[in-house]
Design a protein around this ligand. Structure first.
Ligand SMILES: [Zn+2]
Length: 208
């Protein structure tokens, strides 16, 4: 098999199968899928390609028998539970789609916690204002990633604000940051109140 089959590869095969419709109008959709998988990846069938995709996804998962962890999408799940496996398949695809569109996916819980800890240290113990502002940005970055992760899980990541905008939404609620740091951040990113609930750091699409 090819080294790995990405979500994009699967989408290419589906698209190619569609385009074969004009050349082979007499073939059924599933036969065209098989043909597309053969032509693009030399798979025996679409089913074989789908199995390669499964293997690709499984290569990100470590499993100690009790808990499976995906190092790509960060899900902890029951390795032998069918619903969990299906949940993981879906989530993995969505995270891969987000990666393709955004160029990155959010850091996972542990990295975010490390980033926050380092940020809090810098914000109070940095040697100068620039270092202390960088500490604040580390913390904001961890919050941003948690918010973005939740938006990917809940299907509205395409509307999630970019980091710079997210910081302006959080600005009015950063009272725990020292005044001088806050002033620099506000000068750099601006401030927009009412976009994220006070006391919260998750962004949700505005209700209409
Ligand atoms: Zn995964």
């Amino acid at each position: 098999m090819p080294t790995s089959i990405s979500l994009k590869d699967v989408e290419r095969v589906k698209k190619h199968a569609k385009s074969l419709k004009s050349t082979y109008p007499h073939l059924s959709h599933s036969v065209r899928l098989n043909r597309a998988a053969q032509e693009l990846f030399r798979a025996r069938s679409y089913h074989e390609l789908a199995k390669w995709r499964e293997t690709t996804i499984a290569s990100y998962v470590t499993d100690d028998g009790a808990v499976a962890i995906c190092k790509f999408c960060g899900l902890y799940f029951g390795p032998d539970i069918r619903e969990d496996q299906q949940l993981h398949r879906k989530r993995h695809d969505v995270f891969e789609e987000a990666l393709n569109a955004l160029g990155r996916i959010p850091e996972q819980h542990r990295e975010r916690e490390d980033r926050k800890r380092a940020g809090y240290e810098l914000i109070y113990e940095g040697n100068n204002i620039e270092e202390r502002v960088n500490g604040a940005l580390e913390i904001l970055h961890a919050w941003f990633d948690r918010s973005l992760e939740s938006s990917i899980e809940n299907g509205f990541w395409k509307r999630h604000p970019k980091f710079e905008v997210y910081v302006s939404y959080m600005m009015g609620d950063l009272t725990q940051f020292p005044d001088d740091v806050r002033k620099v951040l506000e000068g750099r990113f601006g401030r927009q109140d009412g976009m994220i609930k006070p006391g919260h750091s998750y962004w949700y699409p505005p209700a209409h």
